[in-house]
Design a protein around this ligand. Structure first.
Ligand code: SF4
Ligand code: SF4
Length: 467
C-alpha cells in the first residue's frame, strides 16, 4: 500500500515537473520565439557551436529549448536548459545573420530572468552574485571606491608578492588580476568635467558608465576631447549610474530597470543632445531601455526617447563629416569588433572610417574580427574554459596579422584581449579607438593650444544646431 502511494506521489511530482513552464515577469515573447524557422544559417556564426559542434550549443538548439519550455515539453528547471542559457555568450552574432529577424538577445535575457525567478540556487551562489554584481554595479560610488583601492594595490609591491606566493592562484584571482590594466587617471566623476569648443555646432552628453568612468576614465576623457574637436560641446551629466547591462545579462531585470530609470531621469535633466557611449556593451543596453521598460507605464515612452538619443562614439564620429586629424600616429593596427558593436548595434563600417582617417596608421584586418573574444560580461570569469578557447583563437588571429596594436571599443574585450594575448605570447598592445583618435588630434595638448576649452564643473552650454 505504502509502495503504491509513493509511486502515485512520484507520478504526480513528475506530472507537475513536466508542466513547469514560464511564469512571473519577463516571460520570453511567444511570437518572437516562433519567428525561428530552424534554417540553421546562424550556426556557423555561433562561437559556442563552433567550439563544441553540438546542436544544443547552437542558437537553433537554444531557441528550440526556449520554445519547448513555453510549450510544456521541457521543464524550466531542467539542468540542460540552465546550462545552455548560460553557456551562450549573448554575443548576438546569430541575430545579425538571421534571415527571419529572430531577436535572440531579448529572448535569452528573458529566459535567464525566468531561471533567476524560479530556479533555486545554492546559498553560496546567491551570496556570490550579491557581492560580485550587486555591490559594485548598483552604485557607481562603490565602484569608484573599489577602483581607488585597486589603484593603490597596483602601485604597491603587493601584486608581485601575492603572485610569487601563489596566494592569488589559491584565491582564483590570478586571471582577474591580470585582466585589469593599470589605472592611470583619476576617476571621471559625472557632473565635474566638460569640453567646450570655441564654436560649438552641436551638444553631446557623455555616458560615463561604471568601469569606463573608473578603470578606463582615460578613454572617456579622450572621447570628450575628440568630440570637442568635432564641434560638440560635451558634458558628463550628473547623477547617472551604470547602464545595467551586466544585470540584464545575468537575468537580474529589476536591478537593471532601477538603473535605467535613474539614467533616464539624469539625461532628461541634462537637456537635448546625443548621449554618447564609449563602451559597446553599455551602448547596446542603453539602446534597449525601451524594451527593458516596455511594461512601465510612466517610463515606457521616455525610455524610447532616451534610447533614440544613444550613439556609440564611433557611430557619431565615423562619418564623412569627421574633422581630419593632423597628427601622425605611426602604428600597425588591427580592429577587434566588439560583439555588442558589430552584432547588437550593427556598427562595423564607422570605426574603420575613423581608423582610415588617422595619418600614419595602417589597418590590417584580422581573421574572424567579429567573432566573440570570450569576454561577454563576466563570462570569462565564471566560464573560463570556453572563454579561454575563444581568447586563444583570437590571439592566433592577431598573431597572424603581425600588428603591434589591437584596437577595440569595449572594456570587456579590452581586458579579455590583454590576458589572451599575454597567455599566448603575442606581443601586442590593446587600445580603445577613442584614444587613438584623440592621440591623432594632439591629446591633452590640444587644450593647451587653445583648440577648445576644458572646464571642471558640469558647465551648461547652448545648443546651436542639431542634437
Ligand atoms: S535563429 Fe534564424 S538563422 Fe537561426 S535557425 Fe532560427 S531562423 Fe534560422
Ligand atoms: S548569442 Fe552568440 S553564443 Fe549565444 S547562441 Fe547566439 S551566436 Fe551563439
Amino acid at each position: 500500500m505504502a509502495t503504491e502511494a509513493s509511486a502515485i506521489e512520484q507520478t504526480v511530482a513528475e506530472a507537475e515537473r513536466a508542466l513547469r513552464g514560464y511564469s512571473g515577469h519577463d516571460v520570453p515573447d511567444d511570437k518572437l520565439l516562433r519567428d525561428c524557422v530552424h534554417c540553421g544559417m546562424c550556426l556557423p556564426t555561433c562561437p559556442t557551436y563552433r567550439l563544441t559542434g553540438s546542436e544544443a550549443s547552437s542558437p537553433r538548439g537554444r531557441l528550440w529549448m526556449m520554445r519547448a519550455v513555453a510549450d510544456g515539453r521541457l521543464d524550466l528547471l531542467d539542468d540542460a536548459f540552465d546550462e545552455q542559457m548560460y553557456q551562450c555568450l549573448n554575443c548576438r552574432a546569430c541575430e545579425a545573420v538571421c534571415p527571419s529577424g529572430v531577436q535572440y538577445g531579448p529572448l535569452v535575457e528573458a529566459a535567464r530572468s525566468q531561471l533567476e525567478q524560479h530556479r533555486p540556487r545554492p546559498a553560496w551562489q546567491r551570496v556570490a552574485r550579491r557581492v560580485a554584481l550587486r555591490f559594485p554595479f548598483d552604485d557607481v560610488r562603490r565602484m569608484r571606491a573599489m577602483v581607488s583601492g585597486l589603484k593603490l594595490y597596483q602601485r604597491s609591491p603587493l601584486p608581485g608578492l601575492l603572485r610569487k606566493s601563489g596566494i592569488l592562484r589559491l584565491l582564483r584571482l590570478e586571471t582577474l588580476e591580470a585582466m585589469v590594466p593599470p589605472v592611470r587617471e583619476p576617476a571621471l566623476i559625472s557632473g565635474e568635467e566638460s569640453w567646450e569648443p570655441d564654436a560649438a555646432t552641436n551638444r553631446a552628453h557623455l555616458f560615463n558608465g561604471c568601469v569606463m568612468s573608473t578603470v578606463f576614465s582615460d578613454v572617456n576623457r579622450a572621447a570628450g576631447r575628440s568630440l570637442a574637436h568635432n564641434g560638440y560641446a560635451t558634458n558628463v551629466p550628473a547623477r547617472q549610474q551604470c547602464c545595467g547591462a551586466l544585470f540584464v545579462h545575468a537575468g537580474m531585470m529589476d536591478e537593471a530597470r532601477r538603473l535605467a530609470r535613474i539614467n533616464i531621469d539624469a539625461f532628461e535633466s541634462a537637456g537635448e543632445g546625443k548621449i554618447v557611449v564609449t563602451a559597446a556593451g553599455c551602448g547596446a543596453a542603453l539602446k534597449e531601455y525601451d524594451h527593458l521598460l516596455k511594461d512601465d507605464a510612466s517610463y515606457r515612452i521616455r525610455a524610447k526617447a532616451f534610447s533614440d538619443r544613444v550613439v556609440d562614439v564611433s557611430e557619431l564620429l565615423g562619418t564623412g563629416d569627421l574633422v581630419q586629424p593632423g597628427g601622425d600616429v605611426s602604428l600597425d593596427v588591427t580592429f577587434q569588433e566588439p560583439c555588442h558593436l558589430a552584432h547588437a548595434q550593427r556598427i562595423s563600417r564607422q570605426p574603420r572610417t575613423i581608423l582610415e582617417a588617422i595619418p600614419g596608421l595602417t589597418l590590417t584586418e584580422m581573421r574572424e574580427s567579429s567573432l566573440c573574444c570570450g569576454s561577454a560580461g563576466i563570462y570569462n570569469i565564471i566560464r573560463r574554459d570556453m572563454a579561454d578557447g575563444l581568447g586563444d583563437r583570437k590571439a592566433e588571429s592577431v598573431r597572424d596579422t603581425g600588428v603591434s596594436t589591437v584596437v577595440t571599443a569595449n572594456p570587456g574585450c579590452h581586458m579579455q584581449l590583454r590576458t589572451s594575448l599575454r597567455r599566448n605570447g603575442v606581443e601586442a598592445d590593446v587600445i580603445h579607438i577613442a584614444q587613438l583618435l584623440d592621440r591623432a588630434y594632439g591629446g591633452q595638448h590640444a587644450a593647451e593650444r587653445g583648440d577648445w576649452a576644458f572646464t571642471r564643473g558640469d558647465a551648461p552650454h547652448q545648443s546651436t544646431g542639431k542634437s
